[in-house]
Design a protein around this ligand. Structure first.
Ligand code: SAM
Length: 211
C-alpha cells in the first residue's frame, strides 16, 4: 500500500543526491534550501526518532549527528543500499508509511522529508492514525514536503510549470498526491494532533504535529 511510485526511485536512486543540489531547472525550486530544510527538521527531532522514506539518508545523517537514535524505514532497495553505504551504523528496515516493523516502545519523534505525498488522502489518514499510536505522549511528527497553500496556489504553480515548459514537473504534480494545506491540517487535527506549518520554499512546507 502506498508504494505505487517506487519504480521512479529504482531509476532515480543513483542520481538523487545530484538532483537535490538543484542542477535540474524543473526541480530547482522544489529543492531550494534542501540542506537548510533538512537541518531544521533534524533540529526539531528529539529522543528516539523514526524516519520514513529515508532515501539516500541525507536527513538521517543530520539526526544521527545529534547523537539521537534513528529507526529508518525505506521501501526502495536501491535507496536502502545507498543509505547503508553512507550510514553503515543505521538501523534501516524495509517498509513504508503504512507497513513497517513496529518499534518495541513508543518513539518521541517521527520525521520524513519529501516523501509523504506518495500517499493518497485516505492512506495519509491511516498513516497519521498509526503515527498517533506510535508516538509517546508529548511526542511530535516533523515533516517537510510539497504542500499547496490553497487551491489558487495549486493552480498558479501548475500554470507556471506549464508556461515554463516544465512538463516532467507538471506531470509529477498531477500524478502524485500533493495536498492543500487545509487538507493536511485537517487530517492531523482529526487524528488528535496540534498542527502548525511554515512555508520554506515555493513548494515545500515544514509541518510539526504535536501529540
Ligand atoms: C524524494 S525521496 C526523499 C528522500 C529523503 N527523505 C530526502 O529528503 O532526500 C522520496 C523517498 O520516499 C520513498 N517512498 C516512496 N513511497 C513511499 C511510501 N509509501 N512510504 C515510505 N517511503 C516511500 C522513496 O523510495 C524515496 O526514498
Amino acid at each position: 500500500m502506498g508504494r505505487e511510485f517506487l519504480e521512479v526511485f529504482e531509476e532515480w536512486a543513483s542520481t538523487y543526491d545530484e538532483a537535490v543540489t538543484g542542477h535540474d531547472p524543473q526541480y530547482r525550486d522544489v529543492f531550494e534550501g534542501y540542506d537548510t530544510i533538512l537541518n531544521e527538521v533534524a533540529q526539531l527531532a528529539r529522543g528516539t526518532v523514526m524516519e520514513f522514506g529515508v532515501g539516500t539518508g541525507n536527513l538521517t545523517e543530520k539526526i544521527l549527528a545529534k547523537d539521537l537514535q534513528v529507526i529508518g524505514v525505506e521501501p526502495s532497495e536501491p535507496m536502502r543500499e545507498l543509505a547503508k553505504e553512507k550510514l553503515p551504523e543505521l538501523a534501516l528496515y524495509e517498509g513504508d508509511f503504512l507497513e513497517f516493523p513496529l518499534p518495541d516502545k513508543p518513539v518521541d519523534t517521527i520525521v520524513s522529508t519529501y516523501a509523504f505525498h506518495h500517499l493518497t488522502k485516505e492512506e495519509k489518514n491511516i498513516a497519521i492514525a498509526k503515527f498517533y499510536s506510535l508516538i509517546a505522549d508529548g511526542g511530535r511528527v516533523v515533516f517537510a514536503d510539497t504542500v499547496y497553500e490553497n487551491k489558487q496556489a495549486e493552480e498558479q504553480i501548475k500554470q507556471e510549470a506549464h508556461e515554463l515548459g516544465y512538463h516532467e514537473l507538471l506531470e509529477d504534480l498531477n500524478r502524485e498526491y500533493y495536498p492543500q494545506l487545509e487538507d493536511i491540517r485537517q487530517l492531523f487535527e482529526q487524528n488528535g494532533f496540534h498542527f502548525e506549518a511554515k512555508q520554506r520554499n515555493k513548494f515545500v512546507w515544514l509541518f510539526v504535529a504535536e501529540k
